[in-house]
Design a protein around this ligand. Structure first.
Ligand code: SAM
Length: 173
């Protein structure tokens, strides 16, 4: 089971990025996405709307209590940060631990409180340069699952028929 915790959402400023964090988590097979920071019902609703049409059963919720979320998670806790240990040097150890444990992946927005760095099992970087939580999450999820991209989403109303020359969507309902 994989949960993704998005810290520090800022209404307005982070809308698209936070939505894309959720979509990325879903595409790579996360079971739950938890938003924290400023409460934003629009983000939750737009995610649910996408899931209604495109399928899947990822759970989406908001919490004010992000510390509790981290403290009480029973499993492997990984915080993605440009300051962390290099993913290439840790991926084997992480894969081994993920085999029989649940995984919590944490991504930030603005500056992440130092408490997070001290209360996770691993601080992991995808390159030690600043980039984006969406990119970091996608690369991490891809590596930890050995490149497995989720293809089937149950109860989808729309589905893409892969095509050489143009995008065709198939209404399944
Ligand atoms: N100073 C931040 C940091 O600690 O990585 C950069 C802020 S960045 C706009 C927002 C989020 O993107 C970070 O909290 C982190 O989760 C993710 N991120 C950015 N660059 C990263 C990198 N090189 N490796 C892993 N995660 C990264």
């Amino acid at each position: 089971m994989i949960k993704v915790l998005r810290l520090g959402h800022r209404r307005g400023r982070d809308d698209r990025i936070s939505t894309h964090v959720g979509l990325t988590a879903r595409q790579w097979g996360a079971d739950e996405i938890i938003y924290s920071g400023e409460k934003d019902t629009n983000i939750l609703e737009s995610q649910r709307d996408i899931i209604d049409r495109w399928g899947g059963d990822i759970q989406i919720r908001y919490t004010e209590e992000w510390k509790k979320e981290i403290k009480e998670f029973e499993g492997l806790k990984v915080h993605l940060t440009m300051y962390g240990e290099k993913i290439n040097e840790k991926i084997e150890a992480l894969e081994e631990k993920f085999e029989d444990r649940d995984l919590l992946v944490i991504v930030g927005a603005e500056k992440v409180p130092s408490w997070v760095y001290r209360n996770v099992d691993y601080n992991i970087s995808v390159g030690n340069q600043p980039h984006s939580e969406i990119a970091a999450l996608a690369v991490f999820m891809d590596r930890i699952q050995e490149g497995e991209i989720k293809e089937d989403f149950q109860d989808a109303e729309i589905r893409v028929r892969p095509s050489e020359d143009r995008k065709l969507t198939e209404e399944t309902g």
